[in-house]
Design a binder for this molecule. Structure first.
Ligand code: GLY
Ligand code: MN
Ligand code: MN
Length: 430
């Protein structure tokens, strides 16, 4: 791992949050992700499943965590199964977790090698009445690939048809959404790495530079700060490309007079940061660009004030819609007539602002959380309104990461990253 070891007390406390919400006499199983193949003998870099990571800190493939708080044998109340390391693996792949380092990482005392899983699991299941299975219930999850977890679930339901099945997802969504102070520090660190990347760009961006050169500058800055790199595929979109919401080609040359939209964030210790800034390629916004920019900034400043305990996200999104509507009328993009005759299911403002304003942020960029419950202190959200005008070759989005506090305004992890149009111009021309 590139990141410094995280104190195991975080994982001990995370497991406690999970187990105290379990039904009695049940066990829960969490699997690592697979290492995904490319072709021949090539593979994608490993990315750990965020749930086993959250509960154990184990950032290694082929690991299984079993939590069974009522197990008769106290040694079986939390158990890790790991791929057995060997001298050969040490030579070819390098260091893997030993039983001792697995304990230091996770605080879990009972560590078996993976080949012991069938025997021990059978023993535990004979004692358990129910099992918690970890299905992916993220509202936007859309994948055709069968994960290691999916295969396990299929097998275990076949092997143990008489056990009661419970869902881990609602518990995970609830507990992962409220961050511990250690997690907030890690997220702040990810945001600081992103800040270093953006500051590097302020003097680098000029007419003629290519979008991929900007991406390369960011990657360099992220990696030299102990990040694995981008938390999500970066969007480096100049001119009209900014109106393509998921533009990731990053292969165009930046033109004099265009604005470039950068939706880029570093990861640190698997925590995401998620930032969007828009910079004028030649260092100065035109009056029109600045008017649109300031409209988005106004909506963002007002919207983020609403990220306080008790807010219902569905209501929040409606309030932000009203803020945006006002700005779009001011910019001459929609009229009062458009609003009067609008379809309530797709209000007029959606023509220029067609995505949500905020999402949970954490170990996943679009992190898990319970959307219909009032928000509370310790939750981290992005705030990212935007206005996209393809006819003008202009797209502006501004995005910061904010933690809800028990009272007052949210704390902005990105608060030191310049956002006022004039501040950006001053820095680009310094
Ligand atoms: N970068 C992804 C998002 O802003 O949601
Ligand atoms: Mn975002
Ligand atoms: Mn983003």
């Amino acid at each position: 791992m590139k990141y410094d070891r995280i104190d195991s007390t975080l994982y001990i406390s995370n497991r406690k949050k999970f187990t105290e919400r379990m039904t009695a006499n049940s066990l829960a199983v969490f699997n690592s992700n697979d290492i995904f193949p490319i072709s021949a003998d090539s593979t994608m870099p490993f990315q750990q499943h965020r749930d086993i990571l959250y509960l154990s800190g184990v950032d290694q493939e082929e690991s299984i965590l079993v939590l069974f708080p009522n197990a008769n044998n106290p040694a079986h109340r939390e158990v890790l199964f790991l791929k057995e390391t060997s001298d050969i693996i040490a030579v070819w792949e390098g260091e893997k977790l030993t039983k001792e380092t697995a304990f230091l990482t996770s605080g879990i005392k009972t560590v078996y090698w993976l080949q012991q899983f069938p025997t021990i699991f059978k023993l535990l299941m004979a004692e358990a009445q129910g099992m918690y299975l970890n299905t992916n219930e993220h509202l936007r999850a859309n994948t055709e690939v069968e994960t290691r977890e999916d295969r396990f679930i299929k097998q275990v339901k076949q092997d143990y048809p008489a056990h009661q099945v419970h869902k881990s997802a609602p518990i995970m969504h609830k507990i992962r959404s409220i961050k511990e102070s250690v997690e907030l520090e890690l997220m702040q660190r990810a945001c600081k790495i992103t800040e270093a990347g953006v500051r590097r760009l302020l003097a680098f961006i000029k007419p003629g530079v290519w979008e991929y050169e900007i991406e390369a500058e960011l990657a360099h800055e992220f990696l030299r700060n102990r990040s694995k790199g981008f938390a999500y595929t970066p969007i480096v979109a100049s001119g009209k490309n900014a109106c393509v919401l998921h533009y990731i080609e990053n292969n165009q040359q930046c033109q004099d007079g265009d604005v470039i939209l950068l939706d880029v964030g570093a990861e640190y210790a698997n925590y995401s940061s998620d930032l969007t800034r828009c910079l004028p390629v030649n260092g100065r916004f035109t009056a029109r660009q600045k008017a649109v920019y300031n409209a988005v900034l106004h909506v963002k400043n007002e919207a983020q004030k609403l990220l306080v305990p008790g807010t219902i996200m569905a209501e929040y999104h409606k309030q932000v819609g009203a803020l945006m509507e006002e700005q779009l009328v001011g910019l001459g993009l929609i009229s009062m007539e458009d609003i009067k005759t609008q379809n309530p299911d797709w209000p007029a403002y959606k023509k220029y602002f067609m995505h949500g304003t905020s999402h949970f942020l954490g170990l996943d960029t679009h992190d898990v959380g319970i959307w219909h419950e009032p928000i509370s202190a310790g939750m981290v959200f992005t705030c990212e309104p935007g206005i996209y005008i393809p006819a003008e070759g202009l797209g502006i989005r501004l995005e910061d990461d904010l933690v809800v506090q028990s009272s007052g305004a949210p704390f902005n992890f990105m608060g030191d990253i310049p956002i006022e149009a004039e501040a950006i111009e001053d820095l680009m021309n310094a």
